[in-house]
Design a protein around this ligand. Sequence first.
Ligand code: SF4
Ligand code: SF4
Length: 541
Amino acid sequence: MTRLAIAMDLGTSGFRAQAIDLTSYEIISTAITTRHPLPGANVIDHIHFALEIGADVASSIVIRAVNNVIGRLHISADKVDRLAICGNPIQLSLFQGIEIRDLAYAGKRKLEALGVVPPKREATVLAAKNIPNLNLPGECDVIIPPAVRHEIGADALAMMIQTKMLEKEETSLTTDYGTNAEMALFHDGQVFTGSTAAGPALEGQQITCGMLAVPGAISNLNPEPPHHRVIVLNTEMFAAQGPLVNLKDGTTIEEGDICPVGITGTGTVAIMEQAMAVNLLSIPRINTVDTELRLGEDICFTEEDLVEAGKAIGSVRAGHITLCHEAGITLEDIRTAYMSGASGTYVDPLKAQKLGMVPSHVKTIYQVGNTSLAMARDLVMDMKKLDIMSDIANTLKKTHCMFASSKTFEKAYILEISYWTEGMPMSHYRKFLKRYGLPDLLPVEGMPEIVRTVKRDIDDLGRMGLTTITDIGKHAEISAEGCVACMECAEECPENAISVMEDSEPVSLVLEQSLCNGVACRRCERACPEKVFDLNRFFIK
Ligand code: SF4
Ligand code: SF4
């Protein structure tokens, strides 16, 4: 009888999974979600939600979404013998339903006062019956890889192992350009790791017309003077020719093979770089009449998007500066850069380098795909890989740099914010770096060799192909006593997450949980003139 396994990447911006035949190791199918099921767009939002609404509620939403993904893989869940989960420590802890408060508070005293005993987060194999409500056979092995520290987990280890960077002698840097940008610098036999909450812009979220790297997303923009060719991901997740457009007004000069729906993170990078090249953009301004770039009739890129993307790029570059400072080297000492994750795979690496996402003097750039999912695949095929991950995790604990408490990172990030949001000239930026004794930022030199080790971020989608899941979240409906159906809450919501049920008595309100920006927002509550809107009720229902 065919036995099956599932490899799953619990990313901060969405989940990705593959079903695998355990006899032939053939990939059967792939499913990806277009969002994370929890409200909010980054790990801070997810932790905030879990602390405020309840870790048990957050865990149950994550498990429900995992079950949803398993159900879309076109396999019989009762034949699954193994599930390997890769992701950052927050996602893995929510999946396991274990303590997360140690990930929220760095101070030892605070944790002691709260009576928190931090879990070890070592590699482990559990029976599925120990994960409440997981829709898999009770004896199915659930493989959980180890974490290094708070914010450096299995996904970062996956990045280092899958790129094989630790097996070479050269100074190299690997970065997962996601909502949480994990990075590792390898120099002189030592590894320096860090992780920065870059925000979701590099994955196409919190951008006016943004979307994840799914079919229909603008992934690149190429010059065809005097206009620009939009490049769009097709249903097979390959880059296809979209329309030729005039960026100033969105006029379509020539139809393409595929219509764009929105802009993903790599598209954002390309739009910024291309607009700068033709002087339509000078940080932090867009030099068009309506201060927007237009990629068609309904797709725009605004100055707010520019600032959002700039902050994400800035936090990545501040991380690179910090790791080089820790290692005592300059950015020009880095010979090889590895780019992972969907953004790292689909982005035009030369455009990314021009914006500062890749060190300026690298000789080779590798684009390596979704290493987290690749690691999960390796784990279901060979559980001994867990030992390799554990060995590396133990070594890295000594040289991990926590950016949240690093003065170097703080200084570099403040300079990045000044550059991206206030337009501080690069010459001033470099003077400050010199004054602080930090590595310099030199202009790009030479043309690096580009090596794409995969055709797309998930290279083999399997014989049954890709399923894109858009309904990952939960619709929660509550009746609100005293509600006068004025719609103020719905109108105030920036994500259109709220609707009011027509003709319901008492009035019923509906919240699409995965669209919500999280409990730090609460604009809906503040907008309610009757003071009857209670966001928490939608989640604890
Ligand atoms: S307004 Fe309310 S529902 Fe909308 S994103 Fe903010 S918190 Fe969520
Ligand atoms: S703002 Fe308040 S009163 Fe108005 S629809 Fe929303 S919950 Fe009801």
